[in-house]
Design a binder for this molecule. Structure first.
Ligand SMILES: *Cc1c(COP(=O)(O)O)cnc(C)c1O
Length: 354
């Protein structure tokens, strides 16, 4: 009798999320996780760890609330944005009864979390011709049994913002029926496009945030869900106590102070200059079919012979993300914006392999 056969059916059917052997060698170029390309150093200010942390670390909740322009009651701290995603599904969906809606091509973790929890994932695909904007009518048609709807804006991996008008339409149709999650993992790259100011109008809206991208702290595992107090309370009940380790709180609070937020904004500005370089240089590569507009720290590119190029780049220790198995993304690879030097290296390699 194998132990695997004892696992729940939906767990047996899962495929292990791809992990990478992340022994980063100096010659490697890692442009496949949308991380910030350089380390921003922090030091622990508190060394004592014999006591349990606060169930929800007060100082961090207050720091993030100040940064996001909301009240502390509108914030819950999670272990990365990914835990926030899972938390919302876990809190609102009955396994094997309720469903979520996702709008592919989009971020993979919504479906992974639903699968893990035994919750059906309905897919309302967007179309490339329509710039991957939401198919609002089809979402309305699919609402039966749906308790959570995921909208990613800017969308990963396509890079574009979702039309705010269509987000409002989905919020209206979901009133008293479903929670609408707006995933703003990349909002620091276009901060004036956040829908955070709409929270007062929509008790059923949840916003996912993270320190993993613009804040350069993917290794810290710190994310947030923003919502109205009632929704945050429901999520708080669902989160295990002491979920946020004390060292995470310590460093996250520092990252959110005035000086470090200003530095984060300066990094975003510099990164956008690298992005402009990358976009421009890509249009000059003969093996590029299309470069899509982006509001985030990555670029989606359609290539001729994409798989071959992807494999050849890997042989040259340049790692980007193959998106060509996602609907409508045939031949598409996603490149994270790295340092200027990394951007130059990937461009030189793409040209050499054309
Ligand atoms: C990176 C990312 C997240 C969250 O990542 P964490 O590292 O778990 O905070 C959430 N949503 C999208 C779309 C992302 O790309």
């Amino acid at each position: 009798m194998s132990v695997e056969k004892l696992a729940r059916g939906n767990i047996q059917r899962l495929v292990t999320y791809p992990t990478f052997n992340k022994v980063v060698k100096p010659e490697d170029v890692w442009l496949n996780f949308n991380e910030y390309p350089e380390s921003v150093p922090f030091e622990l200010t508190r060394q004592e760890m014999n006591r349990y942390p606060d169930p929800q670390p007060r100082a961090l909740v207050e720091s993030y609330a100040r940064y996001a322009g909301v009240k502390p009651e509108n914030v819950i701290v999670t272990r990365g944005g990914d835990e926030g995603i899972e938390l919302v599904i876990r809190a609102f969906c009955e396994p094997r009864e309720d469903a979520i809606i996702i709008c592919p091509p989009t971020y993979g973790m919504y479906e992974v979390s639903a699968d893990t929890l035994g919750v059906e994932c309905k897919k309302v695909a967007t179309s490339k011709e329509n710039g991957w904007q939401l198919n609002v009518d089809a979402i309305e048609q699919a609402l039966d049994r749906v308790k959570v709807i995921f909208i990613c804006s800017p969308n990963n991996p396509t890079g574009q913002l979702i039309d705010p008008q269509s987000i409002r339409q989905v919020l209206e149709m979901a009133r008293d029926r479903a929670v609408v999650v707006v995933d703003e993992a990349y909002i620091e790259f276009c901060p004036d496009k956040s829908v955070v100011s709409w929270l007062a109008d929509y008790p059923h809206m949840a916003i996912i945030r993270t320190l993993s991208k613009a804040f350069a702290l993917a290794g810290l595992r710190c994310g947030f869900v923003l919502g109205n107090a009632e929704l945050i309370e429901v999520l708080t009940k669902t989160l295990p106590p002491y979920a946020v380790p004390s060292p995470v709180e310590d460093i996250a609070v520092q990252a959110l102070d005035e000086v470090n937020v200003a530095q984060m904004r300066a990094r975003v500005k510099a990164l956008k200059e690298n992005r402009a370089y990358l976009l421009e240089a890509l249009t000059d590569c003969p093996n590029v079919e299309a470069v899509f507009g982006t509001e985030a720290n990555f670029v989606l590119v359609q290539f001729k012979a994409a798989q071959q190029l992807f494999d050849d780049l890997k042989k040259r220790s340049i790692f980007i993300r193959n998106q060509s198995t996602q609907v409508t993304l045939d031949g598409c690879l996603r490149i994270s914006v790295g340092t200027r030097q990394e951007c130059e290296r990937v461009i030189a390699a793409i040209k050499a392999l054309a």
